[in-house]
Design a protein around this ligand. Structure first.
Ligand code: AMP
Length: 397
């Protein structure tokens, strides 16, 4: 049993860093996925007879009070998610307002603090600000995987103000960390990483780190064309990062040296404009005509990638295979999502994470057919780049 699950919160005031950075439109929470992800942690503390002080950021208010980013807007929704629970709100996360409300908090109650980023000290990782926050509770729980890659006051620095045994991951953070560690450090082979999305430049570090870990690397999406160009192929108007051609060539060379099988799409669905209504064709990637652009992987690529995925025991997927937001260019991403789901059913372990691939598995209704869908975008990518995440290190040190 984990430290959090074993801990009895009776009579404790738990200061819980959550990621409630949710989209708010016209005063309403437009997508509450991140709030729901933190509920098991909150509910366990309340069930034990503890009280919960929630701290989060919302948007980028840049160290100033800005009502547009007030967490006061989401209190109504938090109450809906916690029926029967008294939820209080403090109009500042530190100072007299927060201290009085925290002191008055009863077992079984929740206090949500105002946006941490209304204070510039949060993002600066200011130790005095962290200390002020730490005084509000007697146990620190970090359940905000989405900000684990930031060395901010509430995500990392504050941990130093709590002794071992009184600082721990919450249930979401535990799950995120253990799933990511399973893929990176104890993956059953063959381990296949599927990387898509727009740009090579965003994915260089993750590809470089995975060259030392994966058996197969599958590349899809806009990134494909920079690799093809580095091989001297014509890619028409497809996305291409001219300044990354040498790097792409170097990655291909290193993959060969390390015996990593590196799969580039054999064909593409091409279009004569970046539009769902554009004229379309399917061509070999040796043969993209001038004036056309690749917007999805083609059927030969789907067949080859599906075979590799089907024979894998561990699968990491980040980034779509094409412009899946447009219905005419989503077949590749859908087919890969289905292949990952089928491999999972056969016993493979699959982790999908980092932004758009999560949106894709949700859109295709396959989120519950993969082993784990990560909530952490940037944090997950940095983890797979091989970096130490301050939010994880602060608890473990
Ligand atoms: P990323 O944030 O790097 O994972 O990129 C995701 C975005 O890449 C999505 O919005 C896709 O529409 C886009 N994308 C994927 N494939 C292509 C492509 N072949 N050409 C242009 N954009 C693409």
């Amino acid at each position: 049993m984990s430290q959090f699950s074993k801990f009895n919160f009776t009579g404790h005031k738990a200061l819980v860093r959550v990621d409630f950075n949710v989209p708010v439109k016209e005063g309403k929470v437009a997508d509450d996925t991140r709030m729901r992800a933190a509920l098991p942690t909150i509910q366990k503390i309340l069930r034990d007879g503890g009280s919960v002080i929630l701290m989060s950021h919302l948007g980028r208010p840049k160290g100033k009070v800005d009502e547009k980013y007030s967490l006061g807007q989401i209190v109504y929704h938090l109450k809906e998610l916690l029926p029967g629970v008294t939820v209080h709100f403090a109009t500042d996360c530190i100072g007299a307002v927060a201290e009085e409300k925290a002191a008055a908090l009863q077992s079984g109650e929740v206090l949500l603090l105002e946006n941490l980023r209304f204070h510039a000290e949060e993002e600066k990782g200011d130790p005095a600000f962290a200390k002020e926050l730490s005084r509000l509770g007697d146990v620190y729980v970090n359940d905000a995987f989405g900000t684990a890659h930031r060395a901010h006051a509430s995500t990392a620095v504050i941990a130093a103000d709590f002794p071992q045994g009184k600082k721990m991951f919450g249930l979401l953070m535990e799950a995120e960390v253990s799933n990511a560690e399973r893929v990176l450090h104890s993956s059953e082979k063959p381990f296949t990483a599927i990387l898509g999305g727009a740009k090579v430049s965003d994915k260089i570090e993750i590809i470089e780190n995975l060259l030392n870990k994966a058996d197969n690397i599958i590349i899809g999406g806009g990134m494909t064309y920079t690799f093809l160009r580095s091989q001297g192929k014509h890619t028409g108007n497809s996305l291409c990062e001219e300044d990354k051609l040498d790097l792409a060539g170097d990655i291909l060379k290193r993959a060969a040296e390390k015996n990593v099988s590196f799969y580039l799409a054999a064909d593409s669905v091409i279009a004569d404009a970046f539009s769902n209504d554009a004229n379309r064709n399917t061509v070999s990637n040796d043969n993209i005509p001038a004036g056309w652009m690749g917007l999805d992987i083609g059927p030969d690529a789907i067949a080859e990638f599906t075979e590799v995925i089907t024979n894998s025991k561990t699968i990491l997927w980040n980034g779509p295979m094409g412009v899946f937001e447009m219905s005419n260019f989503q077949a590749g991403t859908r087919a890969i999502a289905e292949a990952v789901a089928a491999a999972t059913e056969k016993g493979a372990y699959s982790l999908v994470g980092g932004g758009d691939s999560v949106a894709a598995v949700n859109q295709f209704g396959l989120a519950d057919k993969v082993s784990y869908v990560s909530t952490g975008g940037g944090a997950l990518l940095e983890y797979f780049e091989g970096k130490t995440l301050p939010g994880i290190a602060a608890i473990r040190d």
